[in-house]
Design a protein around this ligand. Structure first.
Ligand code: GAR
Length: 200
């Protein structure tokens, strides 16, 4: 079975969904480690409540130090797949290259639309008629890697950012475990970008 780690900065509702889908003893995999760049993140307390080992690693201004420490912890724990779940920092090209194909993110929009911060607000401000969530492999860009799956939701005329975020989040909790299952079953794989040149 695969050993899964979650990197998160905040509330941890996606961790809860992943931990429920991949509990201890599951033949496909289990969430065994949570790392957070925020000492006071609710996700750390939640992980401990769920019986999952949880560690704070400061990020601050020193990304290289965070990544060295995170790599050491992930290696020591024998982690096969790293899942970003509300991890609000950008990882370096060296880190994303090291974990290529073993590093997955969830983002609250239908990428490539609305990458970056406040994706739900961006969708409202753009007047989008629908939005959703995307689970994707992480590459060196911000919210750019190969898509594993997406789930769509309507944007309603009287939506607030909070209501849209909640509607998307409900889909995230279904999408993330399903996407991880596909990766673990070998149904979704990280491929190098296609050669864009036309064949003669
Ligand atoms: C989720 O909506 C996730 O998609 C988003 O943060 C939220 C975390 O919620 N991630 C990003 O915006 C990444 N740029 P959670 O802590 O309850 O899982």
């Amino acid at each position: 079975p695969a050993r899964l780690a979650v990197l998160a900065s905040g509330r941890g509702s996606n961790l809860r969904a992943l931990a429920a889908a991949f509990p201890p003893g599951d033949p496909l995999g289990s969430v065994v480690l949570v790392l957070s760049n925020r000492r006071d993140a609710p996700v750390l307390a939640l992980a401990r409540d769920l019986g999952i080992e949880a560690r704070f690693i400061p990020f601050g201004a020193d990304r290289a130090r965070f990544e060295r420490e995170a790599t050491a912890q992930l290696t020591a724990a024998g982690i096969d797949l790293v899942l970003l779940a509300g991890f609000m920092r950008v990882l370096s090209p060296a880190f994303t290259a090291r974990y290529a194909g073993r590093l997955v993110n969830i983002h609250p929009s239908l990428l490539p639309r609305f990458p970056g911060l406040h994706a739900q607000r961006q969708a409202l401000e753009a007047g989008a008629r629908e939005s959703g969530c995307t689970v994707h492999f992480v590459d060196a860009g911000v919210d750019t890697g190969p898509v594993i799956l997406q789930r769509r939701v309507p944007v309603l005329p009287d939506d607030t950012e909070e209501r849209l975020a909640a509607r998307i989040l409900a889909q995230e909790h279904r999408a993330y475990p399903e996407a991880v299952r596909r990766v673990l079953l070998g149904e979704a794989r990280f491929e190098a970008p296609q050669n864009q040149e036309a064949t003669p």
